[in-house]
Design a protein around this ligand. Structure first.
Ligand code: ADP
Ligand code: MG
Length: 248
């Protein structure tokens, strides 16, 4: 069963049509790799899913709840519910610089006040252990490497127990020698069957970990399919040209 249904999504910035009839489904436990050239609408699509952008048309349904249906947004309460099912990790980490690692993790759950402080602290300790940064709990982000910051950003997203994690080029801002440690954390999450949509230029990761690859160009999904098929036997010239450029 689809956990995310995206149908006929349209988005324009002024006269610029950035998303044109984007349609695809994500099943529970899927790892979807979204690839495509710069400016093809990948970030706008992800940002629309978590309501950082409002679309001009189409439907987004997450685990049975509509964010927007045929271009009409749900009521704020419903939107909040949909948002709570997803966590997002950005290219530039966006950790709060004035909070320690542990405080970064605990801020959002503490603000929502749905659980005891003890439960929140227990989970932040568990997640820091999981990403191998227990010893950094009390340091500030400025003392971390880029790879460590991004691992903390992933743990922070996991603090809200999302059903789905979205990643927008999580390793693009990192020096090459730091991408591996972040990709490892993401691979572990995939092994634990976390549902993920990952916008990435890491073609190796996409082929190894994803079970669905989506190629976007010019605001459209040109081609989608299993990575083993899409990467080795692309059907469209635009996909082939892009892969030729990037896999060189
Ligand atoms: P990608 O992530 O694939 O590089 P984006 O979704 O960031 O693509 O951008 C798609 C297009 O939308 C680009 O042409 C970009 O310049 C434009 N765009 C993105 N955000 C805005 C915005 N807030 N205002 C105007 N244009 C935007
Ligand atoms: Mg982008």
């Amino acid at each position: 069963m689809a956990i995310i249904e995206i149908h006929n999504l349209k988005k324009s910035f002024g006269p610029l049509e950035v998303l044109k009839n984007i349609t695809f489904n994500v099943n529970k436990n899927d790892v979807v790799a979204v690839i495509g050239p710069s400016g093809s609408g990948k970030s706008t699509m992800l940002r629309s899913l978590v309501h950082l952008e409002e679309v001009n048309g189409g439907t987004i349904c997450v685990a049975g709840d509509y964010l927007v249906k045929d271009g009409v947004y749900s009521k704020p309460q419903e939107i909040k519910k949909v948002n709570s099912k997803m966590g997002m990790v950005f290219q530039h980490f966006d950790l709060f610089p004035h909070l320690t690692v542990k405080e970064n993790l605990e801020l959002a759950p503490r603000l929502t006040k749905r659980e005891s402080v003890t439960a929140i602290q227990q989970r932040s300790a568990e997640l820091l252990a999981k990403i191998g940064l227990s010893d950094k709990a009390t340091v500030y982000p400025s003392k971390l490497s880029g790879g460590q910051k991004q691992r903390v950003a992933i743990a922070r997203a996991l603090m809200m127990n999302p059903e789905i994690l979205l990643f927008d080029e999580p390793t693009s801002a990192l020096d090459p020698e730091l991408t591996g440690e972040v990709l490892e954390v993401m691979k572990d999450l995939a092994k634990e069957h976390m549902t993920m949509i990952v916008v990435t230029h890491e073609m190796g990761f996409a082929q190894e970990v994803a079970n669905q690859a989506v190629f976007m160009d010019g605001g459209e999904i040109v081609e989608a399919g299993h990575p083993s098929e899409l990467f080795t036997n692309p059907k469209h010239d635009r996909t082939r040209a892009f892969l030729n450029r990037t896999l060189k």
